[in-house]
Structure formats: C-alpha cells, structure tokens
Design a protein around this ligand. Structure first.
Ligand code: NAD
Length: 487
C-alpha cells in the first residue's frame, strides 16, 4: 500500500481556517490498511454557532443572493480547479473511504458535472407572471432562496452528494453550513478550500466536522438555519424530521434503499449480467440505490446465475489504489460486522449462500475491512436479507414468473429509491416503469445511461424531496406570490 502522511485540517468558518474551539481532533484511518489519512477537527457548539452566524450574515447581506452571474462564475472556477487537482483529490477520496481509484475519479468527475449544471441554472431561476385574470391586476410568482441551509452528508458518495446539495444551494442563492461524515472530512475540506480559492465570499460556504449526536443534531435544531438537506439512513432521517419540527424547518431527506433489478427472459443477457454485477458491487455495495435484489424470470435463472457467478469469480478485491482492483474494503470495522451479521441471518433464514460470505484474510487483507463478494440464491421476498438495507457486497437473488409478480416483489419493501428492468420489449419495460414505486427507474442499464442532472430521490421510506435538476434547485427556493393592482 502507498503510505502518505496524514494532513491536519481545520474548521472552515466565515472564510477562515480555525481549529475546534477546545482543540479536539480525531484521526481518520484508511479502511484498507489502517494508515493515517487525516486529522480532523471536532467542532464544539460555539463553533457551530459561529458557522451559522457567518452563513446568516452572508445571506442577510443580500449581495450573494442577488448576484446570479457571480454565483455561476464561482462554481465554474471551482470546477476548473477541481479538474486541475483530480490527481490529488481522487486518491485522497480512495484512501479516505476505500473506493477503487477509478470509482473515485468517476465520483470527482460527477461532482464537476453537477457543479457545472448548477452554474448554468444560477442565472435561470424563474418565477412567472399571471396576467389573464383581470385587465387591472398582475400576479407575480417570485422564487427566492430559502436562506441558510444545513447540508448533512454521508460517507459513501461524499463528493457527488456534496455537489448535489451545495450546487443547488449556491445556484438558488443560499448560504451553507456543511456537516460531512467524520469519515470524509478530508475531501470535504479540500473542496471548501477550492471554493475559497474560486472566490466564494466569506460565510457562504462553512464546513464543520464533529459528532453526529452533538453537532449534527444541534445543526438541525438551530434557530438560525432555515433548511436541512440530509442524506443518510432512514433511521437518522426520521430523527432529523422530528428535530427539525422545532422551528418548522424545510427538510429534504435522501434515505436508504433496497432496489430491485429485474431481468426478463427476452433481455440482452450479457448486458443484464454485467449490469447486475456492477449494480451491487460498485463501491463495495455501499450505494443507496445499489441493485441488491436481483429478480430473474424463472426460465433464465440458471443461465444468468452461471454467467454472473463466473464474472464474480474474476473480480479482484484488494488495495483500492491498485489498478487491478475491482472492489475495495468496507468503510469501517462496524460496517464489516453488520454485513457479516446479515450473512448469518441469510443462512438461518434458509437462503442458499452460493458465493462468498466471508471476511477476507491474509497479508493483503488483515489490516483492512475486506469482504468477499457474496451472493444468496433461493431468497424469499419476506426474508430480512431481502427487506433490510445491508450496505455491503451482498446480492439476494429471487425468481418470478410474469410481469405482475415482478412488480409485486419489486414493490414489496418499505423502500422506493430505484429499480431497474431489463427486456427488449417496450411494453414490458414501460409497464414495469409505471408500476414500480421508485423515484428512479433504469431501463436496460443501471446507474443511468449517460444522462446527467436527472432528479433523484425516493418514494416511501427512501425519502422526501429531490436532488439534482430543476427539482433539486426548487428544494432551496421559496415561493412568494405578489398581487399588484395597477388600476
Ligand atoms: P447516517 O444516517 O449514519 O449518517 C449520515 C450523515 O448524518 C452523517 O454526516 C452523520 O454524521 C449524520 N448524522 C448521523 N446521525 C445524526 C443525527 N442524529 N443528527 C444529525 N446528523 C446525524 O448514514 P451513513 O452511514 O453515513 O450513510 C449510509 C446511509 O446513507 C445508507 O442508509 C444509504 O442508503 C444512505 N444514502 C442515501 C442516499 C440517497 O440519495 N437516498 C445516498 C447515499 C447514502
């Protein structure tokens, strides 16, 4: 493994870098080998107050909210700097969370694309005029930034998700207090530094790392914060919703998933098998909309399984910085234990473990949190391993006979984040797409087919609100109706 010295970071508040007011720090270790990656500040309540005050002042000043071109310029300038720092940012992300370097590079690229898209939208925040009711009056529907936005971000796609939230907030004219996961403070502070260099005014972007149960909750209840945009688990999302009730904050929640990936017998089987592999093992299964439930039409079950298991046999699990690696470690020991626990649950429930199931051991693995790619076949929809979000490299395989049964199984969990369908028949794919209760549906692809900036979010317990696209921008805007009498 490549050893690089841990960098010490400070809180970013009001355009300044400062240690936590009580000097507390924590160390982030590489989940692949336990080498030090970063020393991060643990914010106190007074640091949080300072960050919210800075964001409040920057918003109330009014200049940021009313300078769309400047907001666009700052984002585009940040994108240019991110591009020039790709070779440093991607390996840092890889070391911070253990994702293979090519995946880290794709994430940095995706962050750049999102900021670019929102830069284009900053100058296009439109209201509307209502003029056809009477000759002597005019109605104006104005869109205004909601104010100070608290952005709470998980560790699994920390830069992509940062750009979904920060890009929309900045395009709308909001100011922000960002709370990253403690696992991913380093890359978040690096992006804040890049925005500072790109000319973002003091107080518009603030970053504070700290304890979830302390600084996270206080951000959500803070009277100076107008909106919380949260991504994380459904359990935490529930808690955020309760906490935000105090000053009736606007809340958007991007939560967990258990997404079905449905393959019909008339599909392009090669594409579907490759898609099924990527759908679940990308980022070691730690993706909210991972395709963790593979539904196969009964008559192609054996063929698909033979090909899929052969593909999995060819996967290399190991050092995320090695070019040959397909899958890195889980993010933490705790996450590894959770996944191991679910493997035991699956065995007890009577599912057939047909691949993996074990922690990897040996010289290359002992210091990290590596798990074999794991597949359970013969899974019943009611089993816990088919219902609960495992958040690791574990695929559950089920069979179905017809479209109605596929839709019923697909809809048979509390989640509704994403779904995919593979078939050459337009009628089949469209009936599935309309019948499935999910915020995103992939047809003959998984994780998209090259169309960026599409709205993303969940049905049911997968969340409230949308990110990316016009819908994502709308989450950071308020609507004001102005009635004008010009008789
Ligand atoms: P998590 O809920 O533990 O934490 C998410 C963020 O919330 C972190 O920054 C954490 O520090 C903070 N947090 C935790 N408890 C808090 C509290 N009580 N008050 C305020 N903040 C708090 O989730 P995680 O383990 O970091 O991420 C994995 C989860 O995120 C999975 O469930 C995954 O499905 C979900 N996720 C959803 C999406 C989506 O777009 N729907 C995207 C990525 C991840």
């Amino acid at each position: 493994m490549v050893q690089v010295k841990a960098k010490r970071y400070h809180l970013f508040i009001n355009g300044e870098w400062r240690p936590a007011s009580d000097g507390e720090t924590t160390e982030r270790l590489n989940p692949a080998d336990q080498s030090p990656v970063a020393v991060l500040p643990m914010a106190t309540e007074s640091d949080l107050d300072a960050a919210v005050d800075a964001a409040r002042n920057a918003f109330d000043d009014g200049a940021w909210a009313t300078s769309a071109k400047r907001r666009a310029r700052v984002m585009l300038s940040a994108v240019a700097k991110i591009r020039s720092e790709m070779d440093a940012l991607a390996p840092l992300l890889s070391r911070e969370v253990g994702k293979p370097l090519p995946e880290a590079r794709i994430e940095v690229l995706s962050m750049m694309n999102t900021f670019e898209a929102f830069a284009g939208m900053a100058d296009n925040v439109h209201g509307r005029a209502v003029s056809n009711a009477t000759p002597d009056a005019l109605g104006l529907v104005l869109k205004e930034p909601v104010g100070v936005a608290g952005l709470i971000i998980p560790w699994n796609w920390p830069l992509a998700l940062l750009s979904w939230k920060l890009g929309a907030a900045l395009a709308a004219g909001c100011t922000t207090v960002i709370k990253p996961s403690i696992h991913t403070g380093a890359t978040t502070y690096e992006v804040a530094r890049i925005f500072q260099e790109a000319g973002v005014p003091a107080g518009v972007v603030n970053v504070i790392s700290g304890r979830s149960s302390d600084i996270g909750e206080k951000l959500v209840t803070h009277e100076g914060v107008d909106k919380i945009s949260f991504t994380g688990s459904t359990a935490t999302g529930r808690r955020i919703m309760e906490l935000a009730a105090g000053n009736v904050k606007r809340v958007s929640l991007e939560l967990g998933g258990k997404s079905p990936n449905v393959v019909f017998a008339d599909a392009d089987i090669d594409a579907a098998v490759a898609g099924a592999q990527g759908a679940v093992f990308l980022n070691c299964g730690q993706t909210c909309h991972a395709g963790t439930r593979l539904l196969l039409q009964r008559r192609i079950h054996d063929e698909v399984m033979t090909r899929l298991l052969a593909l999995i046999d060819g996967m290399t699990v190991g050092d995320p910085l090695e070019a040959s690696t397909n899958m890195g470690p889980l993010v933490s020991e705790e996450q590894l234990r959770t996944v191991e626990g679910y493997v035991e649950v699956g065995k007890k429930e009577g599912a057939r473990l047909v691949k993996g199931g074990n922690r990897l051991t040996g010289a290359a693995y002992d210091e990290g949190f590596f798990m074999e790619p794991t597949v359970f076949d013969g899974v019943e929809s009611g089993m816990r391993i088919a219902q609960e979000e495992i958040f690791g490299p574990v695929l559950t395989v089920m069979t179905f006979d017809d479209l109605d049964e596929a839709v019923a199984i697909a809809n048979g969990t509390v989640y509704g984040l994403a779904a995919a369908v593979w078939s050459r028949d337009l009628r089949t794919t469209m009936r599935f797409a309309r019948g499935v209760k999910a915020g995103t549906v992939f047809v003959n692809c998984y994780y998209g087919c090259g169309i960026g900036n599409m709205p993303f979010g969940g049905y049911k317990l997968s969340g409230v609100g949308r990110e990316q696209g016009e819908e994502g921008l709308e989450e950071f805007l308020d609507t004001k109706a102005v009635h004008i009498n010009h008789a």
